[in-house]
Each structure stands twice: as structure tokens, then as C-alpha cells.
Design a protein around this ligand. Structure first.
Ligand SMILES: [Zn+2]
Length: 380
């Protein structure tokens, strides 16, 4: 008799929970988390920013990480160039073919531009042909690295400019073909601040001295790089620019907000910037994400080469599969809960805590997969 009563009481409670008659905020968050867990079970999520070496071993390792995290598709931004030499298929063609054969549907490949021949008269036409060849081979988009503006140089030793008119036909052709451009311009603000132990990104900078751009003799200012990006986005309204790392200005959310307002063709990925965004007022961040819910893309910047990198890394112990699982868990916690002051997912980026923004389900599903599906419709 007693056990029957207990069972009745238990089913009453289960019914209450499922009918949402106990709808307190905590309960809503529980439902949201259950729904998001279901999406992960179905592997509906898309990571818009990964770098995977196109070998069987590295692709397999990346798939194990994606599986554990509940991500269906990883967008490999390091697809390589479409340049082929002596009739050997290009790096892009080989890598994509291997990924498609071994793990069909798990990776999308972005092509990268080959700047060889930059000085030649016909560089722009040749670069447009690269884009067309990438499109023909099934590139889902084009990725440009921070090398543009910070390390690529012409024959006189001058840094190539992000808004060099020679590249306009490239951005333009991407727009015509419906190829989105993921573009990395500049870097965190601290990489322009003095190279010394008091720099808040010192742990990262001391292991990567070449990430420091604070010498004005050698490098343009961070602001001028961001301004050049702004001009490129303005000049090509029919091309979608996914500005990676939250447009590399997550330190200034008002700037990101204004840029997204100004440019309907701009999107921003979250790769490796939740630590920076997450240290700011969670209510302000939440408002921004709700306002631009159609333009923000889930992305992590996990990298599988000889070494695994989770957003960023240094010379310490290489991360393990367990570290990768914890890395993704923290992304879910930040996006799905209103937990306060917890350790972020990329400790090397700095010694501070982050606070979750507990997004509504309808916004979360856009950021996790719907926005990416719309953007990558042609390739999925
Ligand atoms: Zn990256």
C-alpha cells in the first residue's frame, strides 16, 4: 500500500514537471537544457570554426571530439588552396575528398587563397579563378587568416592591406557564387599592449611571442585593421562576411553591436572569445545576443594537428579527450545557464571568471545550428 502511494506521488510529480505546472525560472532553464541536450543527442549542432589537418588520424580524432560533444558538422576552415601542381590534385581537393570518403557529412571544407603571383598584373583574375575552382570542388566558403594585414608582405616588404582593391574581385565573386567568407582580422586588444608580465594575456603571449603586434614600426594599429575590415564589408553588400572571434573586438561589445547594425551582410562567430565576452555584464551580453540572434554563430576554434588545441594553447601539457569534453561543457553552461562567476574554457587566455547568459530556446537554436544551416544551405 505504502509503495503504491509513493508511486502515485512520484507520477504526480513527474506529471507536474512535464506539464510545466511548476514553471519557475529554474524549471525553464532545466527544460532548455534538456532540449539542448536532445539537439546534441541528434547531433544537430554545427561548429563554424574548426581547424583539422586532413589526414585519416586527425580527422578521426576530430570526429571523436565532435561525437562526444554532440556536434554533427565541423566547418574546417583550413581546407587549403586549390592550386594544383604537375597534375597532382590540390591540397583542398585531396583533403575534402578524404574527409568526404571517411566521414561523409561530418565536415564542410572552406578553401584558402593562394597569394602566389600577388605582384603579377593578372593577380585579381587569377584569384577569382581560384574562387571559381573552389566552388566547383565543393568549397562551402572561403577563409582568410589574420595573415592579411599582419604578416603577408609584397616584394617591397610592405604588409598587404585588408582592403587592397586587388582583392575586391575576390570578395565580389564569393558573393556572386554564394560562398560566405570567414575573415580573421586583427586580434585581442592585449596583443597590442606592452609585452610584459603585466599584460593580462601574458601566459598566452610568452608562449607565442609572434602573436604580439605592439611594435608600431612593424605593425598597423588594431583600430586601423578593424577600419579596413569595415570598408571591405561596406564595399561588398552582397557578400556575407563571418567575422571570426566575434569580429575580434569582443572587448568592445558596443562596437560589435554598431557594426552588425550597419552591415546586414556581417555575421560574427564565437570562436575562442567566450572568455572575453563572458567576463562582461551578462545582462548586456544577453541583450546583444537576443538583438542579433540571426547573425551570431556557434564556433569554438578547436584544432586537431599533431597537438590538440582548444580555442588557444601554449607549450604546456597537450589537452586530452577529457579536456575537450570539459571545454564543450563550458560552452553549453555559458550559453544555457545563468550561472555566475565560473572558470572559463580557455584558461591560458586569462585569469578571470565568466557568467552565463541563459539564452531563450528560440535564440539558442539559431546560434547552435539554424543560422549556420541558412548560411551553408548550398553545402549541407
Ligand atoms: Zn581559427
Amino acid at each position: 500500500m505504502k509503495s503504491v502511494l509513493i508511486r502515485i506521488l512520484f507520477s504526480f510529480l513527474v506529471c507536474c514537471v512535464s506539464m510545466n505546472c511548476l514553471a519557475a525560472p529554474a524549471e525553464e532553464s532545466g527544460e532548455l537544457r534538456a532540449e539542448a541536450a536532445q539537439w546534441r543527442q541528434e547531433k544537430r549542432l554545427i561548429d563554424m570554426h574548426v581547424h583539422v589537418n586532413s589526414t585519416e588520424v586527425h580527422l578521426a580524432r576530430a570526429v571523436r571530439i565532435l561525437d562526444k560533444a554532440g556536434i554533427g558538422t565541423g566547418v574546417n576552415l583550413s581546407g587549403g588552396t586549390v592550386t594544383s601542381k604537375r597534375n597532382v590534385p590540390s591540397e583542398f581537393a585531396r583533403g575534402k575528398a578524404l574527409a568526404d570518403r571517411l566521414f561523409p557529412g561530418r565536415f564542410l571544407y572552406y578553401m584558402n587563397l593562394d597569394y602566389a603571383g600577388w605582384e603579377d598584373e593578372g593577380f585579381s583574375e587569377q584569384a577569382v579563378r581560384q574562387v571559381e575552382e573552389g566552388f566547383r570542388l565543393g568549397a562551402a566558403g572561403l577563409k582568410e587568416f589574420k595573415r592579411l594585414g599582419l604578416s603577408l608582405k609584397d616584394k617591397d616588404g610592405k604588409l598587404l592591406k585588408i582592403d587592397d582593391p586587388k582583392l575586391d574581385p575576390v570578395w565580389n565573386r564569393c558573393g556572386e557564387l554564394g560562398l560566405p567568407v570567414s575573415i580573421h582580422v586583427a586580434d585581442p586588444k592585449a596583443f597590442w599592449e606592452p609585452y610584459q608580465a603585466s599584460n593580462e594575456r601574458w601566459t598566452e603571449l610568452k608562449d607565442h611571442p609572434n602573436w604580439w603586434f605592439g611594435d608600431p614600426e612593424k605593425y598597423p594599429s588594431r583600430e586601423s585593421l578593424l577600419e579596413a575590415l569595415d570598408r571591405v564589408i561596406s564595399r561588398h553588400p552582397k557578400t556575407t562576411f563571418v567575422c571570426v572571434h566575434f569580429a575580434n573586438n569582443s572587448e568592445d561589445l558596443d562596437w560589435v553591436d554598431r557594426s552588425l547594425d550597419r552591415h546586414p551582410n556581417m555575421m560574427a562567430d564565437l570562436a575562442a572569445r567566450i572568455p572575453e565576452i563572458g567576463r562582461q555584464d551578462p545582462e548586456r551580453v544577453r541583450q546583444l545576443f537576443v538583438k542579433h540572434q540571426d547573425r551570431i554563430l556557434f564556433a569554438t576554434d578547436f584544432q586537431v594537428y599533431e597537438r590538440l588545441t582548444l580555442g588557444s594553447g601554449g607549450k604546456g601539457r597537450p589537452p586530452t579527450a577529457e579536456d575537450a569534453a570539459a571545454f564543450f561543457e563550458k560552452h553549453w553552461r555559458w550559453l544555457e545557464t545563468e550561472d555566475r562567476d565560473f572558470e572559463h574554457m580557455t584558461p591560458i587566455q586569462g585569469d578571470w571568471k565568466i557568467s552565463g547568459i541563459g539564452l531563450p530556446t528560440s535564440v539558442l537554436r539559431k546560434i547552435y545550428f539554424e543560422n549556420a544551416r541558412r548560411l551553408l544551405e548550398r553545402s549541407l
